[in-house]
Design a binder for this molecule. Structure first.
Ligand SMILES: Cc1cc2nc3c(=O)[nH]c(=O)nc-3n(C[C@H](O)[C@H](O)[C@H](O)COP(=O)(O)OP(=O)(O)OC[C@H]3O[C@@H](n4cnc5c(N)ncnc54)[C@H](O)[C@@H]3O)c2cc1C
Length: 271
């Protein structure tokens, strides 16, 4: 049975496409910006971007040198382009994005959370959430080969069956040994142990808050020919989204093909 990017086979739901939701971005407080400017003797300053993240980073950069008067031509795009050229990357830490990623594997999130600087995470808990009906993310290279695909589905089905059996047995044992524990705590104890048989392919959901500087570094490392396919795919899709929203931070990245594989390239990999 097929449900768009998902298929159900042998009782197992296979997910083949990550979903990326940009659920939050910043807003600028115009009255407070004007109050700051007038308190500091700036009679008139405006910029040509309506995008809060781009406006706020320009203000942050200009505040460093109090360079609001007589701005150079080219507007916000040129201003932030120069920030990237000269490597004044800390200014871009003031632009923040909130994403929810779903349909991604635990392998993917294990790689993602290695990115520490400028990233914040909240991930689906396998201790609290029942994984009896979890989905599995199938790598494209396995999905395209019928024999490998059948083996993948069988492995996932067996892991899921094991998880369900272990959870039930553990729950009975825990109830006998710890009758005073709440049902929630007993379930948590059973699930946290039973999850150990679930594979890296198990689908997960992660809330990611990240600033523009950290995202650029992430794209440089993960939308790269050396990166693993799932994280490369997600990185390129995230770049397309933030490029639409805030082109001033990301338009120096180019989508290229290397050995037939889509990658991102920039002349400014770490600013
Ligand atoms: C193709 C590829 C293969 C990989 N293979 C492996 C692997 O086999 N095994 C493995 O363990 N990891 C592997 N990684 C993960 C890699 O080692 C990094 O952990 C990951 O890419 C995050 O990069 P980062 O540390 O630069 O990012 P962040 O943690 O976001 O840090 C950003 C930058 O901040 C600075 N920084 C952050 N923390 C510190 C600190 N504590 N001290 C000093 N400076 C700091 C550094 O300049 C760093 O580049 C791989 C990554 C890639 C892209």
């Amino acid at each position: 049975m097929s449900q768009g990017s998902k298929i159900v086979e042998n009782g197992v739901t296979i997910s083949r496409k990550p979903a990326i939701y940009l659920v939050g971005m910043q807003q600028a407080e115009s009255a407070e910006i004007d109050r700051f400017l007038s308190d500091h003797g700036v009679q008139q300053w405006s910029t040509d971007t309506e995008v809060a993240a781009q406006k706020l980073t320009e203000i942050a950069g200009r505040m460093c040198y109090m360079s609001f008067a007589k701005p150079r031509p080219g507007g916000n795009k040129a201003y932030l382009g120069n920030i990237i050229d000269v490597g004044h990357g800390s200014v871009m830490e003031h632009a923040v994005y909130n994403f929810i990623l779903t349909g991604v594997s635990r392998s993917f999130t294990h790689e993602l959370i290695r990115h520490r600087a400028g990233f914040g995470y909240s991930q689906l808990s396998q201790r609290y959430v029942d994984e009896s009906r979890c989905e599995f993310v199938e790598p494209a290279v396995i999905a395209q080969d019928p024999e490998l695909h059948a083996q993948f589905v069988q492995s996932c089905a067996e892991a899921q069956k094991s998880y369900i059996e272990l959870t039930a047995k553990l729950a009975t044992g825990i109830e006998r040994e710890h009758p005073d524990l709440s049902v929630t705590d007993r379930r948590k104890m059973a699930r946290q142990a039973a999850r150990s048989v679930l594979p890296n392919a198990t689908e997960t959901k992660i809330f990611v808050t990240v600033n523009a500087r950290a995202l650029r570094h992430f794209f440089a490392l993960r939308a790269n020919i050396h990166a693993e396919e799932e994280i490369r795919t997600v990185a390129i899709e995230m770049w397309k989204i933030v490029l639409r929203q805030t082109p001033a931070f990301f338009s120096d990245f180019e989508l290229r093909k290397e050995n037939g594989i889509e990658v991102l390239w920039t002349a400014h990999p770490k600013v």
